[in-house]
Design a protein around this ligand. Structure first.
Ligand code: BGC
Length: 255
């Protein structure tokens, strides 16, 4: 198994891409730590699925936009499984609002959940790896919108643009300490965040037409890349982004 004995934290691991990462990592032998705040029942269900399949996972009651809660996830991982190997900063939200309508409350919520948690998740994980004296990996689940404007979703784009520079700058700062930072940037994925699009056949058709592979990704296709990165087969990758987008960034709308 690719992740046998490794301990991995997945924030936002009870839904969408995060849930797929939890299931894929556990299936490859990892010990997985998942937070819950929004949907505790969903977390219980993910953990039950992992356990039923013979894997190892625990849930931590943590709002990852609060630093104390985020830190408790690291402590829980180390106390339960002995050390931390991979930190996946995945938790993310979006408001689908433009520059003219986004409120302060919406801005703070998106930036805190998406960027602040990834920033301090990277910091806390790096400190833990250095304390352990082991190499470590931080994976931020970013988006094609770390580099590509999405009009009408500006706070999200700003947060993901931040994670782009987080991976690059933290990757450079931490390389000498044996800590790597890599972003995974999905395109359009069939997850709850895209429910409004998926439920509207005309909008979905238009979106599919702009994707060279002509369909949304399955969340497991993003999780597969995370497993590869976490597996030890990616040891020369840092301070960069892996795009997993079906070619959407190179596609032309209306193909
Ligand atoms: C956003 C989705 C969007 C997709 C492709 C994702 O990062 O969360 O709302 O459909 O990018 O543009």
């Amino acid at each position: 198994m690719l992740l046998e004995g490794k301990t991995i934290i997945v924030t936002g691991g009870n839904s969408g891409i995060g849930e797929a990462i939890v299931l894929a990592a556990a299936a490859e032998g990892a010990n997985v730590v998942v937070d819950y705040v929004a949907h505790p029942a969903a977390t219980t269900s993910v953990i039950d699925q992992v356990t039923a399949a013979g894997g190892h996972a625990i849930g931590v009651d943590a709002d990852v936009s609060r630093l104390g809660d985020l830190y408790r996830m690291i402590v829980a991982a180390v106390n339960t499984y002995g050390s931390l190997d991979v930190m996946v900063n995945n938790a993310g939200v979006e408001t689908r609002t433009s520059i003219l309508e986004t409120t302060e409350e919406q801005y703070e919520h998106v930036l805190d959940v998406n960027l602040k948690s990834a920033f301090f998740g990277t910091q806390f994980a790096a400190q833990q790896f250095m304390k352990q004296g082991t190499p470590g990996l931080v994976i931020n689940i970013s988006s094609v919108h770390e580099d590509w404007p999405m009009p009408g979703n500006i706070a999200y784009c700003v947060s993901k643009g931040g994670t782009r520079m987080l991976a690059r700058t933290a990757g450079v700062e931490l390389g000498r300490h044996g800590v790597r930072v890599v972003n995974v940037a999905p395109g359009a994925v069939a997850t709850p965040i895209n429910a409004a699009t998926i439920d509207d056949p005309a909008t979905l058709k238009e979106l599919d037409a702009g994707i060279p592979l002509n369909r949304l990704a399955h969340s497991s296709e993003i999780a597969d890349v995370v497993v590869f990165l976490a597996s030890g087969k990616s040891s020369y990758m840092t301070a960069t982004t892996v795009f997993v987008d079906g070619g959407i960034m190179q596609g032309s709308v209306g193909l």
